[in-house]
Design a protein. Structure first.
Length: 262
C-alpha cells in the first residue's frame, strides 16, 4: 500500500526535486501491505496513513494484522483497525513478537483498559495478540506465512515469505540462516533508503549486492526516501529490479497450510 520511509514523501517543508515532483510515483506514504488471502484480507504493518491507504485500495474487511516491528511508522495506524473489530464483533488478532506487543500495549494503552470505563463501546480498538517466531510458519486466512529474521541496525525485526513472494522492509542486514529461507523467490520486496550508506537501512549498492546473492526473478524496492527519484531509478537499475509505488499490486502463489490429520 505504501512505499515511503518513516517521514514519507514529499517531506513536509522540503523543496527538493522529488518532493516537488508531479510524478505520482514519487508520492510515498509509509510502508505497508494489504494481502487479499483466500479467506479474507489482512495487513502487514499499520502505518499512520492506514485508513487512507485502505480506502484507496478499496479494502472491505481487515481480519488481522501481521507486524514486522514496532517503530512508529509501522504501528501508529493501529487505531484504524477499530472499525473492523466492531464489524466482526470480535477482537482483531495482531501477529507479532513479544517486544512488538509490549510497545503496542504502551502506545495504545487505552485499548487495554477495562471496557466498562470507556465513554462508549466504540471508543477503543479491540485487539488480541498471537505470538510468532522466525522460521516457524503460521496459518492465517488460508495462507501459510513464514516469518524471516532480519536486522534493522541492532534491532531484530521480521520479514515475511508468502509462497513465492517475500516482503523485507527496514533491513540493514539479513542473517545467513535467513537467506536460506529467501532463495527461489519469484518476487522480493526489499527496502532501500537512499544511495548513501545508512546505519540502520540498506542503501542502493548494498541492496543490489543482496539481490544478486538471493537471485529473485523480480525485485521491487520499497521504504524509499526523497533522495530517490522514481524515473532516475528506473533508468539506472537492472531490468529485473524496479522501484515500487503506492498501490502496486503483486500476484503470489497461494500455499495453503497443511491439513491436520486425526
Amino acid at each position: 500500500m505504501g512505499t515511503g520511509t518513516s517521514i514519507g514523501v514529499p517531506v513536509v517543508g522540503c523543496r527538493c526535486s522529488v518532493c516537488l515532483s508531479d510524478n505520482p510515483r514519487n508520492r510515498r506514504t509509509r510502508t505497508g501491505v494489504l494481502v487479499r488471502a483466500p479467506e479474507g484480507e489482512f495487513v502487514i504493518d499499520a502505518g499512520p496513513e492506514l485508513r487512507i491507504q485502505l480506502v484507496r485500495e478499496r479494502a472491505t474487511l481487515i481480519r488481522a494484522a501481521v507486524m514486522t516491528h514496532a517503530h512508529a511508522d509501522h504501528i501508529m495506524g493501529i487505531d484504524d483497525l477499530r472499525i473492523f473489530g466492531f464489524r466482526l464483533h470480535s477482537a482483531i488478532p495482531i501477529h507479532c513478537e513479544a517486544p512488538v506487543e509490549t510497545q503496542i500495549r504502551q502506545s495504545f494503552s487505552y485499548a487495554f483498559t477495562d471496557p466498562t470505563t470507556h465513554s462508549h463501546q466504540y471508543a477503543a480498538p479491540r485487539l488480541t495478540f498471537n505470538r510468532i517466531s522466525p522460521g516457524q510458519a503460521f496459518s492465517l486466512l488460508g495462507l501459510s506465512i513464514l516469518p524471516v529474521r532480519l536486522r534493522h541496525g541492532s534491532l531484530d525485526i521480521l520479514g515475511f515469505r508468502i509462497g513465492n513472494v517475500a516482503f523485507c522492509t527496514d533491513v540493514s542486514t539479513i542473517p545467513s540462516e535467513s537467506r536460506d529461507l529467501l532463495h527461489g523467490l519469484d518476487t522480493l520486496v526489499l527496502s532501500v533508503l537512499r544511495r548513501e550508506p545508512h546505519p540502520t537501512h540498506l542503501h542502493l549498492d548494498a541492496a543490489l549486492k543482496l539481490i544478486r546473492q538471493l537471485q529473485p526473478r523480480k525485485t521491487w524496492l520499497t521504504h524509499m526516501s526523497h533522495e530517490l527519484d522514481y524515473d532516475e531509478l528506473c533508468s539506472s537499475l537492472p531490468e529485473h529490479v524496479r522501484p515500487a509505488w503506492d498501490g502496486l499490486k503483486i500476484p503470489f502463489t497461494v500455499l495453503r497450510p497443511p491439513e491436520e490429520t486425526v
